[in-house]
Ligand binder design. Structure first.
Ligand SMILES: *Cc1c(COP(=O)(O)O)cnc(C)c1O
Length: 430
């Protein structure tokens, strides 16, 4: 199933999941095993030397996880993939081969809140510094580059607020600076956007969201395009120099375009340990079988709800990149031509109190802190996810007192709209 001429929906069902050669089982087995028996002593030695590719211990590799890695690499148009226990684990794993004490990242300012938290407070504990810039002006990346810069980090489509990055422009600046561009493609999924087509080096995912699609399984992934020259400029000694963590092996010389992915398994997963459980990989594979169908419905429903809310008398504004009125609409047409995703924000007239009443009045929507479930979700960021910030910081983050965030599901669209209508009516009635 490496034939790149198959369509997206075909590959979402088949890539990485051929019938089991031993038993004929059509569904992917869950290889719930910790370790694998060696053929003989020479085979064991060859595996440990990375001269033979195979399975040793499930912290590093597992056949169920490998199936998910193949499927994700195929759908993103990448060369290799490493799955991790969560989206955040994948982000640490993605940066790990590139960074070291004193190294810097340039990152967009409107990332997922948890990613900004990693950048600002946790990465400094590793000696990594993140320079946070407004990505609406791609030249800000150029201005923030120093000789210690090792990576750029952006999201293709960012939440809340439906911010879209000009991936191609930022990739060009990364190329000039000799550093890889990392793109978090969680909200878009490869069905809406393939960042590698626009010059991204690495794509990271929280598979927890649309890829698993059912709100059941934490997971993350790093996909490598295989296109970056890790020997360029001597900036990446872990990949293109003798790696002391693997008896001096030069991964780039040995594995070429698979160097990054081999390093992520043989050193990253081995030493950091954020392995995905095979059961979660299996549930994510199952979810991905319907990715295209779900995303199509998610986007159609989100557009209909956004159009409805834009005309609603209790609504002050709607921020959905799929609407012609939105500032990111031109970028949406370029990078997300099939739809602008299903997560967006809107403002209620009456502010904080009305926002609180709306989340208390919904019946079909679930009030919770997640996105990308097949079910419709709502949250009032000012009283929950952004509660610790000052009012000024909340407004800057797109989480002012009147803001409600929706993650539109795949229910019957009239039911979604009716639920919001009754909740808005209740919230504004006294
Ligand atoms: C949820 C999310 C993450 C973090 O993923 P987890 O699986 O929760 O660790 C990172 N980036 C984006 C855009 C997300 O939505």
């Amino acid at each position: 199933m490496s034939d790149k001429t198959y369509g997206f929906e075909t590959l979402s069902l088949h890539a990485g999941a051929a019938p089991d050669p031993t038993t004929g089982a059509r569904a992917l087995p869950i290889y719930q095993t910790t370790a694998y028996v060696f053929d003989d002593a020479d085979h064991a030695a060859a595996l440990f030397n990375l001269q033979t590719v195979g399975f040793i211990y499930s912290r590093l590799t597992n056949p169920t996880n490998a199936a998910l890695e193949t499927r994700l690499a195929t759908l993103e148009g990448g060369r290799g993939c490493t799955v991790a226990s969560s989206g955040h684990a994948a982000q640490v794993l993605a940066l790990f081969p590139l960074m070291g004490p004193g190294a810097e990242i340039v990152a967009a300012s409107r990332l997922y809140g948890g990613s900004l938290q990693q950048m600002k407070n946790t990465y400094p504990k590793f000696g990594w510094t993140a320079n946070i810039v407004d990505a609406d002006t791609p030249d800000n990346f150029k201005r923030a580059v120093t000789d210690r810069t090792k990576a750029f980090f952006i999201e293709s489509l960012a939440n809340p607020g439906g911010v879209i990055s000009d991936i191609e422009a930022i990739a060009r600046i990364a190329e000039d600076a000799g550093v890889p561009l990392l793109v978090d493609n969680t909200l878009a999924t490869p069905w809406l956007c393939k960042p590698i087509d626009y010059g991204a080096t690495l794509v990271v995912h929280s598979t927890t969201k649309f890829l698993s699609g059912t709100g059941t399984s934490m997971g993350g992934a790093v996909v490598d395009s295989g296109k970056f020259d890790w020997s360029r400029g001597g900036k990446f000694p872990s990949l293109a120099g003798p790696e002391p963590a693997y008896h001096g092996l030069n991964f780039y010389e040995t594995f070429g375009d698979m160097a990054y992915t081999f390093h992520s398994h043989a050193v990253g997963l081995r030493d950091l340990g954020p392995t995905q459980a095979p059961f979660n990989a299996w549930l994510t594979m199952l979810g991905m079988e319907t990715l295209g169908l779900r995303m199509e419905r998610h986007c159609a429903n989100a557009l209909a709800v956004a159009q409805h809310l834009e005309k609603h008398p209790a609504v002050a504004w709607v921020n959905y990149a799929g609407l012609p009125s939105n500032k990111y609409n031109a970028l949406a047409k370029k990078y997300l031509p099939k739809g602008a995703g299903s997560i967006f924000t809107f403002g209620v007239k009456g502010g904080y109190d009305v926002g609180m009443k709306v989340v208390d009045s919904v019946e079909l929507f679930s009030h919770l802190a997640n996105i990308g479930d097949a079910k419709s979700l709502i949250i009032h960021p000012a009283s929950t996810t952004h509660r610790q910030l000052s009012e000024e910081q909340r407004v800057a983050a797109g989480a002012g007192p009147d803001v409600l965030r929706l993650s539109i599901g795949i229910e019957t669209v009239a039911d979604i709209i009716a639920d919001l209508d009754q909740a808005l009516a209740k919230a504004t009635s006294q």
